[in-house]
Write a protein that binds this ligand. Structure first.
Ligand SMILES: Nc1ncnc2c1ncn2[C@@H]1O[C@H](COP(=O)(O)OP(=O)(O)OP(=O)(O)O)[C@@H](O)[C@H]1O
Length: 284
């Protein structure tokens, strides 16, 4: 375990940094994400088959299902990495079906991405400065006096301020000068989420964010996710660890063979016979 990870155990993961309220999401939409009749086939395989669900604002929803259930494909369809054969994806009331990933991210629907190899040779701070900023986010650091040369400097300063704010929030400000390639698995996950947050999203899609993360850092990541959820951010989480899903999500959607088998509270899901059967009799 790295010094950072073990050191974090002492402060019980309480982050004092708060994300600036001016950048928190609009909470006026009850169901920001709606997926309706989504279908995707690969040759003879139907990966997603008439999937329909909606995600409530400000919630942490888990998307679960056995291997091959269609979770990753669903994520890819929602975020524009894949185009559906049928069905629609609506975000904040707008049909975003088939839009390009960057256009969807600009709307405030963002997924975390692994740090690309070329970014490993850059520091954490450089990774943050190079994080894609969406148009909404850019407005935050746009100067009030357009056309003046000092604008550029002001924008840079505002961006830097925001970068430090987000680094502090995730408690990785002390490794700002560290090369991304030297980070532990868990620290990389924190950086990935910090980069995603810098795009000023309304909703974050997390695909197995705890894979390869040690328990202490997993707890810290979860603390940050809950803090952000309380501030109004909406999360959709794909995760294989059932206990983690059941303990942390208020709503769970179960995919099976590309369809929504059932959805409900963790208690509903745990006692659902069909779900247990879908997992081949395993403990859910
Ligand atoms: N690019 C592809 N080409 C062909 N088949 C694919 C492709 N992507 C996914 N599939 C198939 O679609 C089905 C759903 O896969 P998907 O990865 O979405 O499931 P998953 O629930 O994310 O699985 P896991 O939990 O194992 O990651 C599987 O049968 C898979 O083999």
């Amino acid at each position: 375990m790295s010094e950072t990870e073990s050191g974090s155990e002492t402060n019980e993961f309480e982050s004092e940094a708060k994300i600036d309220a001016t950048s928190t999401p609009d909470v006026s939409v009850e169901y920001p994400l709606q997926v309706d009749g989504l279908r995707k086939t690969f040759g003879g395989i139907t990966a997603v088959d008439d999937a329909t669900f909606q995600i409530e604002n400000g919630t942490l929803t888990g998307l679960i299902g056995p291997n091959g259930a269609g979770k990753s494909t669903t994520f890819n369809l929602i975020t524009g990495m894949l185009k559906p054969d049928k069905g629609t994806v609506t975000f904040n009331g707008e049909d975003i079906t088939g839009m390009e990933p960057h256009a969807i991210a600009n709307k405030g629907l963002v997924r975390t991405f692994q740090i690309a190899r070329e970014l490993e040779d850059m520091t954490v701070l450089e990774n943050m400065m190079l994080a894609p900023k969406n148009q909404r986010g850019e407005k935050l650091w746009r100067s009030v006096t357009p056309g003046v040369r000092n604008d550029v400097i002001e924008q840079e300063e505002e961006l830097l301020e925001r970068v430090w704010e987000v680094l502090e929030f995730f408690e990785i400000d002390h490794i700002a000068e560290e090369y991304a390639g030297n980070l532990s698995g868990g620290q990389r996950k924190l950086l990935e989420m910090a980069r995603a947050l810098l795009t000023d999203p309304d909703m974050l899609l997390l695909d197995e964010p705890f894979a390869g993360v040690n328990p202490s850092l997993e707890k810290r990541l979860l603390t940050h996710i809950h803090e952000l959820r309380e501030q109004g951010y909406t999360f959709l989480l794909v995760e294989h660890d059932m206990d983690l899903i059941m303990e942390n999500c208020e709503h769970v959607i179960v995919l099976h063979q590309g369809r929504v088998l059932t959805e409900g509270t963790p208690a509903d899901i745990k006692s659902n016979e069909e779900v247990i059967e879908a997992y081949l009799g395993g403990n859910v």
